[in-house]
Design a protein. Sequence first.
Length: 559
Amino acid sequence: MSEPSSPANRRSSVVTSGANRAAARSYLRAAGMGDGDFERPMIAVVNTWSSVTPCNMHLGDLAEHVRRGVRDAGGFPIDFNTIVVTDGISMGTPGMKASLISREIIADSIELAVQGHQLDGVVCIVGCDKTIPAAAMALARMDLPGLVLYGGTIMAGLHAGKEISIQDVFEAIGAHGAGSIGDAELKAVESAACPGAGACGGQFTANTMAMALTVMGLSPMGANDVPAVHKDKPTEAARCGRLAVELVKSGANARQFVTRDALMNAAVAVSASGGSTNAVLHLTAIAAEAGVQFSIEDCHAACAATPVICDLKPGGRFLASHLFLAGGTRLVTKRLADAGKIADAPTVSGKTLFAEAAEATEAKGQEVVTDFTRPVMARGSYAVLYGNVAPDGAVIKLAGHEIAQFEGPARVFDSEDAAFAAVQAGAINEGDVIVIRYEGPKGGPGMREMLQVTAALKGRGVKDVALITDGRFSGASYGFVIGHVAPEAAIGGPIARIREGDVIRVDVPARRIDVNADIAKRSFAPPVRPAPVGAFAKYAALVSSASKGAVTIPTQEAK
């Protein structure tokens, strides 16, 4: 273990130094600290470990390697746990309402644990979707030295000689509902898709946000790419522990990395990788916590300027484990830097983003990452639309299809459950525009994802449909889908006034989504539901619009 740091960079000294702190030291001695340890930086190792999901089930073991790195660098690790709500398990159930809400609870719990003990630095170990942006939000809010370590992607499953992912299971549910496959085949797909530890394997929300935080500079380049079960993951975990201590000693706080340039870099990487539309919610939320001016329009601008150059699922062929072998986020970053798509910026590794990118190695013959002379898609992975349906904005997923306009009759549902039942009953026709409302941040509450519906449509072979919602979509969703419609139905947004059969037109080049009716004069009647209680009620009372990141706390004036 290296020598202790100077008191100048140890805010924990307010807890551990002086005669008046003898009682506090007594508690800490009982917890394992000794005389020399009180002079060392105290590093929070915040874990989202849980046995409920493969995304997070290995993080308890990974934490030991983080602790080793902290000790090796001269720090003292202090462990905390926080929660995880697993999207894949809660999808399509009332539990999915808890998913986005958990992002705020996780960020709050990290803040309270770290501030309550006046710790010097933070390593956040994350897995399933909401834990990743929550960690970044907490670091940006506290503005302390810290970084985020992603537990890594799951490996591909294998079924009938073909690599599969959880996406295939959701689509198999739709095929089963249509009678295309039987019980035995559904069980075979279900049993093969998730072979062990790690988060969902495509460029879904977890891998999208893991890449975004790397390019933002809050995760050290290369650490997040390593798959969960890979032999190099413990080495990366130990590196993160050491880096956290070095950040404390150098006084490098989180907001040195969460800047407007860094957020734009992250948004560009999301577009280039064909990433999840959830990144729009999360990047704007991180910006709000940091007090940085960054909006959904900035996300749109990043996508408008950045074609997709990664052939990744859900719209492409490959998984995150294939990207790791091809050259990883470092290779994608090099492509972006070489093309002038991103700005150089500091990172928690101590090297600049461009210096990290310069070290990229590309696997011979790899087909996962192309370049901007021959992109996978000539446009970015999503766009922000407006119009009389979404005056404050909505987000359309563009990866996986080339549709520019769509027009059709509205099929209106006041919940995801009702829409899914209609799909499984064969009541949705080609050319329909499915409208799912009262699923927004307040209306849910919690803004559920609609993967169950989109996957069922895919599994049943229903292709020529659009789906519009004030909820959101899983990173595994694809097709002509539009989410985050704002204002949401629960507060009287125009989507609440759409009626069955209204003709809706979506024009991507014009950035419009409009209903061909004078809906402003219509009344609306929200569905009668039990009033939310507990954390759900608090969230519904406090949450902002999806167009503002769906955050729940007052933030400082953006600069």
